[in-house]
Design a protein around this ligand. Structure first.
Ligand code: ZN
Ligand code: ZN
Length: 204
């Protein structure tokens, strides 16, 4: 069963853009048991899903990571654009997926967006201004991607978004990953995002 390993890179090498033999793909989910890597929710049976192929870091061969297409467009824009370029499949909202992926790819930190929430305590520090995020104020959650895994990467003040992401064009992306909020909270978040980047004053 030993695989020909001649193309395997050195262990530990950054393989985020690793060469795999099978292309990324879009397909209807053949079960209702796959979880989206982007939002953590189940992908319904028959629902369109995106599969990112990666070299398996735990041995030979490859693995496929499943996503809702929109979640992948925001969090894994490069493989999504590769897949779109490589298929003429008639995908629902293909144009929207491509726009979301191009938007996320335009600023290197945007794919880290994992939604927003009100800080449950005042203990976390903002990754942008390094000041504490006051309890009850809005913060954007970050995740970092490495070798197919997303890990928690801290927070930034909602008002530090322009400074950190270098763009204020992120409303839809933040809202997309904030579905755990109540509809009331979502409206508040939407208004806060539309109120302008609101640069935080840093006190000396
Ligand atoms: Zn998802
Ligand atoms: Zn801040």
């Amino acid at each position: 069963m030993k695989d020909d390993a001649k193309t395997t890179p050195e262990a530990g090498a950054a393989t985020g853009a690793g060469v795999t033999s099978l292309p990324h793909l879009f397909e209807p989910a053949s079960s209702g048991r796959s979880k989206c890597r982007g939002c953590g929710k189940l992908i319904a049976l028959g629902e369109l899903r995106f599969g990112e192929r990666l070299p398996n870091p735990f041995g030979g061969g490859e693995m496929t990571l499943w996503f809702h297409p929109a979640c992948a467009a925001y969090k894994r824009p490069e493989p999504v654009l590769q897949a779109l370029a490589g298929t003429s499949q008639n995908l629902p909202d293909r144009g929207g997926l491509e726009r979301a992926a191009r938007g996320s790819l335009a600023h290197r930190r945007l794919p880290r967006i994992d939604g927003a929430e009100r800080a449950p305590s005042g203990q976390a520090k903002c990754r942008s201004c390094r000041q504490p995020v006051e309890r009850g104020s809005w913060r954007i959650r970050l995740v970092f991607h490495e070798e197919g895994r997303f890990s928690p990467g801290g927070f930034v003040h909602l008002d530090c978004r322009q400074a950190y992401f270098e763009t204020d064009d992120l409303r839809d992306q933040v809202l997309h990953f904030s579905s755990a909020l109540s509809s009331e909270e979502l409206e508040e978040l939407r208004s806060a995002l539309e109120a302008g980047p609101g640069a935080r004053a840093t006190e000396g």
